[in-house]
Design a protein around this ligand. Structure first.
Ligand code: HEC
Length: 248
């Protein structure tokens, strides 16, 4: 098994049956059926069966054509159903209308789009678009947190900081980067100065819960108002940002 080596996603072409999966697409915001390869079977072919034993200690890192990178714990792949989608069954072009941005825009999905069963699987549904890369082109296996040392809380950080870190990856990293790793919709939050060093204590939590109470219009959505633990989440995310503040 190759750990840490970045491999082209669809080269060589997988020798696997095509499967179909209908999902509640988190960008186009409606049910869409995709065709592609079952993710675990796909990984078996790419890396051999041993990846299944790594479970909680490793993650799948994905790289996209537009430069976006993200990682998903292998345990999530073992517990939930995902498809490496290579086409839509309802239209010829392999594109998606991104309605989660204003104005909505059409994006190319090729070479692949990772989709998750989220019609019955409400845990996955509650995580929105976490783990749905499009233009997905390269893949590697690595130890949890390995590729991004700056992103991980330092040894000895509080349990709340570690919980905040895993939630930050789910809710925030798609829009914000930490030292260059992550999305570009919102501002970088760590480099050259960590956001906790220039915001007043207490204000960041309030911002995360309700950005529009600070500035309007505001491109940042609040944590879902219906989320049962939203205050805890906001608190733990700030703990997380604080914990890495001194990391260079
Ligand atoms: C859909 C994209 C998006 C998501 C998701 C998102 N943000 Fe933002 N965020 C933004 C944008 C855009 C801004 C700039 C808004 C403004 O200044 O009006 C911003 C601003 C911020 C700021 C202020 C930065 C500064 O120095 O002024 C912080 C802190 C922040 N976000 C933290 C978070 C955290 C923590 C999460 C996860 C709960 C999160 N954001 C999720 C888009 C996003």
């Amino acid at each position: 098994m190759v750990i840490g080596l970045l491999l082209a996603l669809l080269d060589p072409a997988p020798v696997l049956p095509l499967e179909r999966l209908r999902v509640q697409d988190p960008y186009e915001l409606r049910p869409i059926e995709f065709e592609g390869y079952s993710l675990p079977a796909f990984l078996d072919q790419k890396f051999g069966l041993e990846w299944r034993k790594l479970g909680d200690t490793h993650q799948l890192r994905m790289k996209c054509r537009d430069g976006y990178r993200l990682s998903v714990p292998l345990s999530r792949i073992l517990r939930h159903r995902a498809l490496v989608a290579i086409r839509r069954t309802d239209q010829v072009s392999f594109t998606l209308l991104k309605k989660d941005v204003t104005p909505a825009k059409t994006v190319e999905l090729a070479p692949a789009y990772l989709v998750w069963e989220n019609e019955k699987d409400l845990a996955i549904r509650s995580e929105g678009d976490y783990g749905w890369p499009f233009q997905w082109s390269e893949v590697t296996l690595e130890k949890l947190g390995e590729g991004d040392p700056l992103l991980v809380p330092p040894k000895g950080a509080s349990p709340a900081a570690f919980r905040g870190y895993s939630q930050f990856k789910v809710h925030c990293l798609k829009c914000h980067s930490i030292a260059g790793v992550g999305g570009k919709v919102g501002p970088e939050l760590h480099s050259p100065q960590n956001v906790t060093t220039y915001w007043r204590p207490g204000k960041l939590e309030a911002w995360i819960l309700n950005p529009a109470s600070f500035r309007t219009p505001n491109g940042m959505p609040p944590i879902a108002p219906a989320h049962p633990y939203r205050k805890t989440l906001a608190h733990e995310m700030v703990e997380y940002l604080n914990s890495i503040a001194e990391k260079k």
